[in-house]
Ligand binder design. Structure first.
Ligand code: WTA
Length: 657
């Protein structure tokens, strides 16, 4: 990480806001003043202004039992109503909500009135299936309008969705269904990815297949299936229902009931430092407030004229907050794209920007870096002049990628906002505000109005400008996670215990540096969580998948820096002698790569699997991943004096070569 810090220290390019942009900007410098003068009053005002409450709240924050926060607790609202009906009631029913583009080139335009109608029907279907307040619904869908409708319908009836990324395996889906105790699964036959139909329903069938002996009680009563891929699917009569049979038949009247602001809205699983993904729990009023506030101010949203596009999949938090809840609460018109950036050609994204006149684009550094690799000729075949704000999220953006984004995609004109946040924070926490902040390539810069962050040392003391340390959030925020589903102890231990004596610092797990101006530069994770193409993966989860293979005796996984994906998964595996006695070792490394893909999902597939004789361990048996990272990144191996066997690293280095 030190070379990265040196590089960042050299970065002194600055981009002042364009006065013409500032003149029309939604955000104002006064937001910081207001929030500073009265943080809770500020959030209360924003909550009242941005949302429609069926019952007004009287208290903004109840922090009497930290870290269990309650925001706007005696208020009531319906989050789906806030994203839909109220825009129709305000006379904007004809405004386009979704400009959907399928990967094969088919497209649909869906207005707020149409989306409201669809969600009401789906809500009636859910109610008919006995899904109501507090029930859990798993959603395993491609990027199609029905995914948005499904999430909103679940929210509308007061149930809790758990969206599982369509790229996850049947096993991953099953553990998420079981952990949440889902009553219903909403899926599709398949969706388009890279020019082909990628099936989804078989994974649901497999996840729900006979559990005899597994000891797990089946909770799923029904599977609602959208027809998208047209691929053949198996059918379980009585359990499975086609969306196109039941949704159009359902009545289009559905009155959205208000629910308490602290009612759960969704669970979203994310990787932690242990093998078991954490079900991050978000509730309604605070989450809706902060996603709407940040979406409006960070992206300078003018809902009457902007065409906004966030490229994230709804299976990730970015898709929840900045495809579904933030934009729709604000009445935005947005692009929803089903496929991959390079299908059927490498200019597909830029073709979409031109076709719809996209004005605000929000994507990840890994995508920007892969476009850099292809070269500017590809985007420059298209008219990108509609773009006026560019956003980045998911991993540290290196200054070169930031500058390329601004100059090649943004014609040296658009503000770039690098937004730091997490599944746990629910919404953007640290970011420049376009038109207000003078931007610095590679820095996420400043906490948003109403948000308090700091960079501290291991003892929790402020490091001071010019120093590095750990990023913490020092005050509760409206869209903060409310817990880990079913595991309050893990919630306290993971995020709050490290600095417990500081009276409520949230430990984010990220390293950061404060520059001379006090701006924040993110430096990556400080724990055993990897960030591959902006996706969080746990070393422990991949290790446990590897050791579940009959050939593996032991495995250690590290995240090695990678030019395109930020980090890449690199595995070191010891094979069982008994296995080698009966099988040839050829092809085994690749088999193990594919195995991990099947166990967790293709995103977790290691870039490299090295078969080694031993792993570097301390005398107490702890694997020293730092040394393996040195090998994986082709560096001189660091200090090995604490190893039980100091010779082991030279053996490993030789085996890897
Ligand atoms: C990383 C994605 C640097 C960070 C919204 C964080 C970032 C993790 C940035 C959360 C950024 C996200 N600069 N690092 N702008 N944004 N990260 O939960 O390590 O998928 O802890 O949420 O991504 O990943 P998650």
């Amino acid at each position: 990480m030190s070379s990265q810090i040196d590089h960042l220290l050299d970065e002194d390019r600055r981009f002042a806001p364009d006065p013409a942009f500032t003149a029309q900007a939604v955000a104002t410098a006064e937001l910081y003043e207001r929030a500073k003068a009265d943080r809770l009053g500020f959030w209360g005002d924003e909550a009242r202004e941005l949302l429609t409450w069926s019952k007004p709240f009287t208290e903004v924050l109840d922090w009497s039992n930290p870290p269990f926060a309650k925001w706007f607790a005696d208020g009531e609202l319906n989050v789906a109503y806030n994203c839909l009906d109220r825009h129709v009631e305000a006379g904007n029913g004809d405004r386009v909500a979704l400009l959907w583009e399928g990967e094969p080139g088919d497209s649909r335009r869906i207005t707020y009135a149409e989306l409201t109608d669809e969600v009401k029907r789906v809500a009636n279907v859910l109610a008919g299936l006995g899904v109501g307040e507090g029930d859990r619904v798993a959603i395993y869908l491609p990027m199609i309008p029905e995914a948005v409708a499904a999430m909103l319908a679940v929210a509308r009836v007061g149930a809790i969705h758990s969206v599982v990324f369509g790229g996850f395996s049947a096993d991953s889906l099953r553990s998420r269904i079981d952990d949440a105790g889902a009553k219903l699964v909403i899926t599709a036959d398949g969706g388009y990815r890279k020019g082909k139909v990628s099936a989804l329903k078989p994974a649901v069938d497999q996840a729900l297949a006979d559990r005899n002996g597994s000891g797990v009680q089946e909770t799923v009563e029904h599977v609602l299936v959208v027809k998208r891929g047209g691929n053949d699917v198996e059918w379980t009569e009585g359990r499975d229902l086609w969306w196109h049979d039941v949704v159009p038949e359902a009545p289009a009247d559905h009155v959205a009931q208000g629910f308490p602001a602290e009612n759960p809205l969704f669970i979203l699983y994310t990787s932690g430092t242990t093998g078991k993904p954490k079900g991050i729990l978000h509730t309604s009023g605070g989450y809706a407030t902060q996603t709407a506030f940040t979406h409006k101010n960070v992206f300078d949203l003018h809902p009457e004229s902007d065409v906004y596009w966030c490229t994230a999949d709804i299976g990730w938090i970015t898709g929840h907050s900045y495809v579904v809840y933030g934009p729709l609460a604000n009445g935005a018109t947005q692009v929803l794209y089903e496929g991959t950036p390079d299908a059927p050609h490498p200019g597909r994204w830029w073709e979409i920007v031109e076709k719809y006149g996209v004005t605000v684009l929000y994507t990840a550094p890994t995508a920007i870096r892969s476009f850099m690799k292809i070269g500017r000729a590809v985007p420059h075949r298209f008219d990108l002049s509609s773009l006026r704000v560019l956003g980045s999220v998911g991993e540290p953006i290196n200054p070169e990628a930031w500058v390329w984004y601004r100059s090649v995609i943004g014609a040296d004109r658009t503000p770039v906002v690098d937004t730091w946040w997490q599944t746990e924070t629910g919404a953007i926490m640290v970011s420049a505000l376009p038109g207000i902040t003078e931007t610095k390539p590679g820095s996420a810069q400043v906490a948003l109005p109403g948000i308090s962050v700091d960079v501290v040392d291991e003892e929790g003391a402020h490091v001071g400008n010019g120093n590095g340390g750990l990023l913490v959030i020092t005050e509760p925020w409206p869209s903060m996670l409310r817990g880990i589903w079913g595991d309050p102890e893990r919630f306290v231990e993971t995020y709050w215990e490290k600095f417990a004596d500081k009276g409520g610092f949230y430990f984010a797990g990220d390293g950061a540096r404060l520059d001379e101006d006090g701006d924040v530069w993110l430096l990556g994770r400080v724990d055993d969580v990897m960030n591959v193409s902006g996706h969080r993966l746990s070393t422990a989860e991949i290790e446990s998948a590897l050791v579940a293979h009959e050939a593996t005796a032991e495995a250690a996984v590290v995240g090695a820096s990678d030019e395109t994906t930020g980090q890449a998964v690199v595995a070191f595996v010891i094979i069982k002698e008994s296995y080698l006695a009966e099988h040839a070792p050829e092809g085994l490394a690749n088999d193990l790569r594919l195995w991990v893909g099947e166990q967790i999902g293709p995103i977790a597939r290691p870039r490299d699997v090295y078969i080694v004789g031993e792993l570097p361990k301390t005398r107490s048996g702890k694997i020293m991943r730092r040394l393996l990272r040195d090998v994986a990144e082709g560096r001189e191996v660091g200090d090995t004096t604490t190893l039980a066997d100091t010779a082991v690293m030279s053996v490993i280095s030789a085996q890897v070569k």
